[in-house]
Design a protein around this ligand. Structure first.
Ligand code: NAD
Ligand code: GLY
Length: 325
């Protein structure tokens, strides 16, 4: 069963189906409605309807052909269908190639928050064909670069400096530059996941910028800001919090902000009340006993979970909302 969406299926479904002929006795497909606002129960159920309607059984492999939304829904469907069938990720956005297709997190959104209903279910294969990125809209490419940039501050400052040097090539979709960015991002992510698959601790480094970012996505309504855009503003806020806690030098946080700006990503947070941010962040999966835990930078190229007083967080939010972008 190939799960795709109404945008990606017309572009790449036929090619994938052709390459699957001979590998599977039957190939079925479903094109989901496109958009983060459809990452929900109704769409997940449409995948189950297609699987059951096509008489799929436990020998079925679910392929995800699309961006992170398709990947997360298809992966979750594979985790649940008949108590779990294999799945293969064929990511077609930069964001999905460098992040969401790798590591086995699958989920749908709940009206109260991002990715709150899901399962860990590792793909058997992740196939990144960077030629699919030629059709990706510019805004989506930039949103994907936010997750590429994320790996520098949390794990590899030399990679951050490489992105600073090669950003223009990445934005121009230079093949070699994109290939290096995808490969290095996947190496870093796979290394982190291998040490802590179920996020008992260190995997939370990958959530840098996501605590604030998920609050932005849910608070504005899913699909208003792209995931990568919300993560960009969220990284600026998490870096500012790290500076205020004395864990990161200010110059490093300024370099991060200026790289995100050069990328055309938002560094100013949307104007929601600090109490609304706090309320949404208390639902974050990293929170424990109502206490929000943030992924903070500890110097250049390392991250760890930490807490901060609500007053300090309110200060960071106020600064981020009033920053001129
Ligand atoms: P997306 O899946 O919405 O794709 C972005 C847009 O690009 C969509 O309109 C899509 O149809 C279109 N598109 C996809 N490939 C295309 C192509 N090759 N050419 C033209 N258009 C194309 O968004 P995304 O940024 O890929 O993924 C974001 C999602 O991923 C969020 O829901 C986020 O929560 C999730 N995510 C999950 C993980 C994880 O570990 N599971 C990690 C990061 C993000
Ligand atoms: N994108 C966060 C993670 O995979 O853990």
């Amino acid at each position: 069963m190939v799960v795709s969406n109404s945008t990606v299926a017309p572009l790449y479904l036929e090619r994938l189906e052709r390459s699957l002929q001979g590998r599977h006795p039957r190939v079925h497909s479903i094109a989901l409605p496109d958009g983060e606002q459809h990452k929900d129960w109704a769409t997940l159920n449409a995948v189950f309807d297609a699987l059951l309607g096509s008489r799929c059984d436990r020998d079925t492999t679910v392929y995800a052909l699309g961006g992170g939304v398709v990947g997360d829904i298809a992966g979750f469907a594979a985790a649940c269908f008949m108590r779990g069938v294999p799945h293969i990720q064929v990511p077609t956005t930069l964001l999905a190639q460098v992040d969401s297709s790798v590591g086995g997190k699958t989920a749908i959104n709940h009206p109260l928050g991002k990715n709150l209903i899901g399962a860990f279910h590792q793909p058997q294969v992740v196939l990144c064909d960077i030629d699919t990125l030629v059709t990706l809209p510019d805004r989506e490419l930039r949103a994907g670069l936010a997750e590429v940039i994320k790996y520098g501050p949390i794990a590899d400052w030399a990679f951050f400096e490489w992105i600073e040097d090669r950003l223009d090539d990445l934005l121009a979709r230079d093949r070699q530059a994109l290939m290096h960015a995808v490969r290095r991002s996947c190496e870093i992510k796979a290394g982190v996941v291998a040490l802590d698959e179920r996020e008992g601790g260190s995997r939370a480094a990958l959530n840098f910028g996501h605590t604030f970012g998920h609050a932005i996505e849910a608070g504005l309504g899913f699909g208003t800001w792209l995931h990568g855009e919300a993560v960009a503003a969220g990284m600026v806020m998490a870096a500012a919090l790290s500076v205020r806690l004395g864990m990161l030098d200010r110059h490093a946080s300024e370099r991060l902000e200026s790289l995100l700006k050069r990328c055309g990503l938002p560094v100013q947070a949307p104007a929601m009340a600090p109490e609304r941010y706090l309320e949404l962040m208390r639902l974050d999966k990293k929170a424990r006993g109502g206490e929000i835990r943030f992924t903070l930078l500890v110097g250049r190229g390392a991250a760890r979970l930490g807490t901060a007083s609500d007053d300090l967080v309110r200060g960071v939010i106020a600064q981020a909302v009033h920053r001129s972008s």
